[in-house]
Design a protein around this ligand. Sequence first.
Ligand SMILES: [Fe+2]
Length: 276
Amino acid sequence: MTTRIPLEDSWSDVIRKARRGLGLSEADLARQCGLQVEPILSLERGSLDPESLAKIALPLKLQPARLLAMSRGEYHPGVLQLPVSGVGGVDMFTSPWNDFEVHSYLAWDARTSVAVAFDTGSDASELLQFLKKNGLKLELILLTHGHGDHVFELDRMVEATGAKAWIGNREHLDGTENFAAGKEFTLGSLRIETRSTWGHASGGISYVIYGLERTVAIVGDALFAGSMGGPMISYEACLATNRKEIFTLPPDTLLCPGHGPLTTVALEAAHNPFFP
Ligand SMILES: [Fe+2]
């Protein structure tokens, strides 16, 4: 993969997510940082005023220098490579969903030619072709969460491959089996650890894959490069589960989000404004 995928969220998306996540109205935030409401509305519309941005960072519990760096376009993780070697690999498949794109991933064990898909995206054609072209048998479909853009092709993938589909037990989805976070899956020589990263979705799961050249974590919408998925269930849980389950992974763990570019634990620990 050599194309540079833009960040999923801009600095103004970040402040909007934080304000809503903290349950603050624009007026509440204005009061807390001694600004009028208008400059806040204008920041959230994407019009940059560094002075006002610096003032709202702390009440939003965002790291000010990182937020400002993001507003100057200074943060992007760059183009990171997924591991592919003689032992197996991981590939990314991107499909359109409304006006954005969603990624699904495939990991395989080269010795046994078995594969596991993480999410389905909106169009599994490329992923299914990849399996065929490389003589891989899909054994598992592991879902990061049940949002439509991540599971749209589930029936088609199960029908085409006979793979067994799983989702965390805080969500229910037809055609899947439930498991409790902590369960481990094995696929050939790959070991897949499951971690509860709920908050964006009620049953959000991150999958950590061991046995390849580099440790890879498929995080769904729990964390994005420079941001994180919208706190649809609980903002506090988004922050807490990411800290507990993702930021404790080894720093060079490659993070594969559902949207936006690949990143690493070290890069997010140094640049993500949500995690000072
Ligand atoms: Fe989602």
